[in-house]
Unconditional design. Structure first.
Length: 261
């Protein structure tokens, strides 16, 4: 893999992890375009480390406060919000992995993401702030996150939708969504580590220089995306993202129908 391909994939991962348009789905499309399916798991994992660095750096002060109070309310909210994805991932890991590898449902998943975003945008803005979140709120939002285990269902999109349904204001919905991404991304990296150890040639298939370029690009553009998305939600419409993923989903379905996928 060339460093240019790695840079493009890192850019895709960084931007789409925190925009509500599915990073996993976009990475699948990017790998398909570059013919890099054989290094998919390893490459995805390393690029996700980049976005993990981005969100940890962005929320460094908040995370420092959480670490000082490991049994405080915010810590417990994150634990409760993470439980549904852990349960679903554990029970249905093989099923979701087969779907992810085949890519057969990606087009439909993009379309479904758009429906959620369009619906959420029409909801009246809530008034709940972080201090108002209940454990029920966290569990509901976490249940939406569990649905995003499918490759082209946006994790950030669904968790923001879940927050809006629970009457969080838009900024708080994005804030909790991105905080919740930290244990989700970290858990995914840990879960995939054993699989990576079994396929020792994965790093060689990607190439160390390309790997560094991709990871750095993922971190830089991930940080930009977090900042931009939180600001955008204060005044912007989610419908623009809904239209985008609908168009992308139709393109993917068309390509699959014509045998180009």
């Amino acid at each position: 893999m060339s460093w240019i391909e790695a840079f493009v994939l890192g850019l895709i991962q960084g931007l789409t992890e925190f925009l509500p348009i599915s990073s996993t789905g976009h990475l699948a499309l990017g790998r398909h375009a570059f013919g890099l399916q054989e290094a998919g798991l390893f490459l995805d994992t390393m690029l996700h480390i980049g976005t993990l660095v981005a969100v940890v750096f962005y929320y460094r002060e908040e995370l420092y406060g959480i670490l000082k109070k490991p049994f405080g309310k915010v810590s417990l909210l994150l634990v409760v919000g993470t439980i549904p994805a852990v349960v679903v991932g554990f029970l249905f890991e093989d099923f979701f992995e087969k779907i992810s590898v085949s890519g057969a449902t990606i087009g439909w998943e993009f379309l479904a993401t758009g429906v959620f975003l369009w619906f959420a945008d029409g909801m009246r803005n809530g008034r709940k702030k972080m201090q108002d979140l209940s454990y029920t709120d966290a569990l509901v939002i976490g249940s939406f996150q569990a649905g995003a285990i499918l490759p082209a269902i946006s994790r950030s999109g669904l968790t923001i939708v879940g927050g809006l349904i629970r009457k969080l204001d838009r900024e708080t919905a994005a804030y909790f969504s991105f905080l919740l991404s930290i244990p989700a991304i970290l858990g995914g990296i840990v879960l995939q580590s054993t699989k990576l150890l079994e396929g020792g040639g994965a790093a060689g298939a990607v190439g160390i220089p390309a790997l560094v370029v991709g990871s750095v690009a993922s971190a830089v553009f991930g940080y930009v995306a977090v900042r931009w998305m939180i600001d955008f939600l204060k005044r912007g419409s989610l419908k623009i993202f809904a239209v985008y993923v609908w168009a992308l989903g139709l393109v993917v379905l068309g390509a699959q129908f014509l045998g180009k996928w």
